[in-house]
Design a protein around this ligand. Structure first.
Ligand SMILES: Nc1ncnc2c1ncn2[C@@H]1O[C@H](COP(=O)(O)OP(=O)(O)O)[C@@H](O)[C@H]1O
Ligand SMILES: [Mg+2]
Length: 347
């Protein structure tokens, strides 16, 4: 098959997306596919010899610059879809965050009638919006930490003096609370707030990434995740940060976290997590591969935080680790994602 891998982009997760794109491209090539790799952030397309040469270098830096100027636009995305070479049979979405994961790209590809991996428009948009996802989790009886929403003014130059009253703080179980932007990934813009005096600055940090901020009940306990591949839940992965909080740096620095696969948790807890992971994906109408993040409370209750519809797929990422636990290699995983993609009307 001739497959276009879309990666890079302009979101805060650009760097990790480049590594996902590199890993996926390598796997697709070794499965015998014909691959073109597009960095949607720069519009640069790598094909054949150039792509092979770039992939030979370790890491992703040889295939695209890891950083772009602030507030850069996805200049390569729409022109590529509009002028999509007719021989492209499938788009492999390897863009984390922003336009690549929030339904925008998916809508463009629907219009262009090109099949693509992963979730469609609705699931992508819902999963990217934590507040909307959580409303659905509540509706479906999927436990999720209680939360309060705060909108910043539309005009970023307007002052914003966000506050929570005592009743709201009480509803969240008191301090500490978690403050997070509604639609970021990779723990970007998240703060654990231990006292009222620090709440405002945490909300202002979250505001840098979007107008809506969530203040969530802090769930003490463990960090676990459930990967769902083509309607099947893979074994639970536990992430054990070497120091405190699981943040961007620890996620992507080898050795900064340990992983337990399958997680060493009671059988019933694991069964419950797998079932909640599947239900969360079904509730949001996800397709292909997705990863559901949970906090496992000290009392054994799982709380669903969010669903990622384009989860990280670097060699170090959680989905490949979960797949390995059922004997699926990275290549097998990529093959399953491709094969489970419905091929719609011919172009
Ligand atoms: N309510 C919470 N209680 C405790 N830790 C949390 C909570 N929400 C988020 N975290 C921590 O922050 C990380 C990122 O949160 P998450 O909601 O998954 O957003 P992201 O989209 O950035 O991954 C989690 O993996 C967890 O370590
Ligand atoms: Mg997460």
């Amino acid at each position: 098959m001739r497959i276009a891998v879309l990666m890079g982009g302009t979101s805060a997760e650009r760097e990790i997306s480049i590594r996902t794109g590199a890993g996926v491209s390598r796997a697709l090539l070794s499965l015998g596919h014909d691959v073109v790799l597009l960095d949607t952030g720069t519009g640069k397309l790598l094909e054949e010899k150039e792509l092979h040469a770039a992939l030979k270098q370790p890491g992703g830096s040889a295939i695209a610059p890891t950083t772009l100027p602030q507030a850069a636009a996805n200049i390569g995305l729409e022109p590529f879809v509009r002028g999509m070479p007719r021989d492209i049979e499938l788009v492999f979405v390897a863009l984390h965050g922003g336009d690549g994961e929030n339904g925008t790209l998916q809508a463009l590809l629907d219009l262009a009638q090109v099949p693509y991996t992963g979730s469609g428009v609705l699931a992508s948009a819902l999963a990217m919006d934590k507040a909307m996802s959580k409303r659905i989790f509540v509706q479906e009886g999927i436990p999720t930490p209680e939360w309060v929403e705060r909108w910043a003014p539309e005009d970023p130059s307007q002052p914003w003096i966000p506050e929570l009253d005592d009743e709201e703080i009480e509803r969240l179980g008191g301090f500490p609370v978690i403050v997070k932007p509604n639609d970021q990934g990779s723990t970007v813009g998240i703060t654990v707030v231990s006292e009222r005096a620090k709440l405002k600055s945490a909300l202002l940090t979250a505001r840098r990434y979007g107008r809506l901020a969530l203040v969530e009940r802090y769930i003490p306990g463990r960090e676990v995740t459930v990967s769902v591949l083509d309607n099947l839940a893979l074994p639970v992965v536990e992430i054990i940060p070497e120091v405190g909080f699981y943040d961007y740096e620890h996620k992507y620095t080898a050795g900064a976290s340990r992983y337990e696969v399958p997680a060493k948790i009671p059988h019933e807890t694991s069964e419950r997590l797998l079932s909640l992971g599947l239900r969360a994906c079904r509730a949001l109408r996800c397709r292909g591969v997705a990863r559901v993040d949970f906090r496992l409370h000290e009392d054994g209750t799982p709380y669903c935080l969010e669903v990622n519809t384009v989860p990280g797929m670097t060699e170090m990422s959680l989905v490949p680790k979960a797949a390995a636990a059922v004997g699926k290699s990275y290549e097998d995983l990529v093959r399953t994602i491709v094969e489970s993609t419905p091929i719609r009307a011919p172009r």
